[in-house]
Write a protein that binds this ligand. Structure first.
Ligand SMILES: Nc1ncnc2c1ncn2[C@@H]1O[C@H](COP(=O)(O)OP(=O)(O)OP(=O)(O)O)[C@@H](O)[C@H]1O
Ligand code: SF4
Ligand SMILES: [Mg+2]
Length: 364
């Protein structure tokens, strides 16, 4: 283990020459939940890269597997959830095989995560200073006054006033926005090469959300590190990210650059997510169109496309076979039969519109 962490230290901070190279490579990741009824998959063999220096957005409705995927990367899955197959390569180390002692070394050092609720990440029994100093001492080797100076500077860099005073305060003495800044300061004072933000602004009010997003963007520009940003909010993703991965039912259904996803949207699900998003041009009286129906229960066996029960474009083949990921132009790809360039012959027969079926279900 020492050899591996030394190897990472020797690589040092991400230099400009390594920018654009994959920093994290996830391959065929499968995650299962163990329950009294047996085990079932919640992530179905997904793969993606995070490139050095980029901000990758992960979007999708609640329950589609965004957090489980990134918690699997961090080695932070709940006890009843486990990675059953696949590889997560981070700077030459397979994190699935790494074991807890090495993961502890990496977390909060080269790999850091900011969660939705800052209270879950801070210990209410200890002052802020103890928690930030512990992270600095553990991961940077700084001690005593030197570590204290790093802590004060980190709190100042995230815009907290009177940082010296904050060190002796307890989490409950700070507002939600201040606590989230502390978490970001803790995550960043160790200069992680990969920062994972899991809906870091959802629990904050709108004005604080904008400030925290600006902070993540500024610090990313300063450090040149990679960020994975999980969100429900397509507007936030558009303003912050370089590339976007769209998840549905524990699978990746579309991916591409922000422009490809927003201006050449291919997957009916992504179109649905965008239709729910107000823009400056949306007339106030025009209602937003939610995606009808709900995400599939992961315990049920889904045959074919996981979106087929909600998709107004579905065809016969959709209910029989899971679409492969079709490569479109540039970095764009989409797992939908509509993207198959050759004809689907008789399989192209449409089935009755899904809206009629959903209305009947809703009336029950
Ligand atoms: N500890 C757990 N035990 C059982 N099932 C779980 C557990 N954690 C997550 N799941 C299930 O795994 C699936 C993916 O959950 P996940 O938390 O990754 O969704 P998400 O996309 O992050 O949603 P949200 O936007 O609400 O945070 C869901 O069906 C969820 O119910
Ligand atoms: S594969 Fe079929 S059901 Fe799935 S999104 Fe495409 S058209 Fe809709
Ligand atoms: Mg989540």
């Amino acid at each position: 283990m020492a050899k591996q962490t030394e190897a990472i230290r020797a690589q040092g901070p991400l230099s400009s020459t390594r920018r654009g190279q994959p920093l994290l490579q996830v391959r065929d990741l499968r995650v299962s939940v163990n329950s009294r009824m047996g085990s079932y998959d919640v992530i179905h063999g997904i793969g993606f890269d995070v490139v050095a220096g980029e901000i990758l957005g992960i979007v999708g409705e609640s329950g589609c597997g965004k957090s489980i995927t990134m918690n699997a990367v961090m080695g932070l899955l709940p006890s009843n959830v486990r990675v059953t197959s696949g590889k997560v390569a981070f700077r030459g180390i397979d994190l699935v095989q790494a074991g807890e002692p090495l993961m502890e070394q990496l977390r909060g050092g080269d790999l850091a995560m900011v969660f939705q609720d800052p209270m879950t990440a801070l210990d209410p029994l200890y002052p802020i200073g103890d928690q930030i100093l512990e992270a600095i001492e553990r991961h940077s080797g700084a001690r005593g006054n030197e570590a204290r100076e790093v802590a004060i500077e980190a709190l100042r860099s995230v815009g907290l006033s009177e940082p010296e005073k904050r060190l002796s305060q307890y989490p409950f003495e700070l507002s939600g926005g201040m606590r989230q800044r502390v978490i970001i300061a803790i995550a960043l004072c160790c200069r992680p090469s990969l920062l994972i933000c899991d809906e870091p602004t959802t629990a904050l009010d709108v004005t604080i959300q904008a400030t925290v997003l600006d902070l993540i963007r500024e610090l990313h520009e300063q450090l040149g590190n990679s960020v994975v940003f999980i969100s429900h909010n397509m507007g936030v993703i558009a303003s912050l990210c370089d590339r976007v991965t769209v998840m549905y039912g524990g699978q990746i259904v579309e991916r591409g650059t922000v422009d490809e996803i927003f201006y050449q949207t291919a997957h009916p699900y992504t179109k649905g997510l965008l239709a729910c998003m107000p823009t400056l041009e949306t007339p106030r009286e025009e209602p937003l169109v939610p995606i009808r129906g709900t995400v599939p229960d992961p315990r049920s066996q889904v045959v074919g496309c996981p979106f087929s029960s909600r998709c107004s474009k579905r065809m016969k083949i959709c209910m029989r076979e899971m679409p492969p990921e079709f490569v479109l132009e540039g970095q764009h790809s989409c797992a939908c039969w509509l993207c198959m360039s050759e004809g689907l012959s008789s399989e192209l027969l449409r089935v009755p519109p899904i809206s009629a079926q959903i209305s009947k279900e809703e009336q029950r």
